[in-house]
Design a protein around this ligand. Sequence first.
Ligand SMILES: [Zn+2]
Length: 118
Amino acid sequence: MFRIRIEDDFDASHMIPNHAGKCRNLHGHFYKVEVFSIGNELDDNGILRDSDFIDLKRTLSDIVSKYDHKHLNDIIGDDTTAENIAKIIFKELKDRDIKKLEKVRIWESPRNYAEYWE
Ligand SMILES: [Zn+2]
C-alpha cells in the first residue's frame, strides 16, 4: 500500500456563535490543510495511480484560495468547526474528481486537528 500527503494553508476568521466558551467570539486561525491519498498501484512512472502530487496540489490550492483571508461564517453554510471544514474540503476534492482520497486533516492550531474520511 502507498500513501501520499500534500499540504496547503490559509488564514481566515470565524466564530461559533452557540459555543459555550471563547470560540463564540470573532477570532482567526492559520489553518493547515493536509490531504492524504492511498492506493496500492503505481503507474508507469512509479507514481500512485490516479493521484499525482501535481494534480492534487493544484486542486487543493484552488479550493483553499476560496477561504483564504475570508470570514468563514460568510461562506460556509454550517458551523465553522475544523470538523466541518475537513468534511467540506473532502467533498470538494471528490467533486473535482480527485480519486484515491483517504482523508482530509485540518489543523486549527499547532496543537489540534480534526479529520474527515468516508
Ligand atoms: Zn476558532
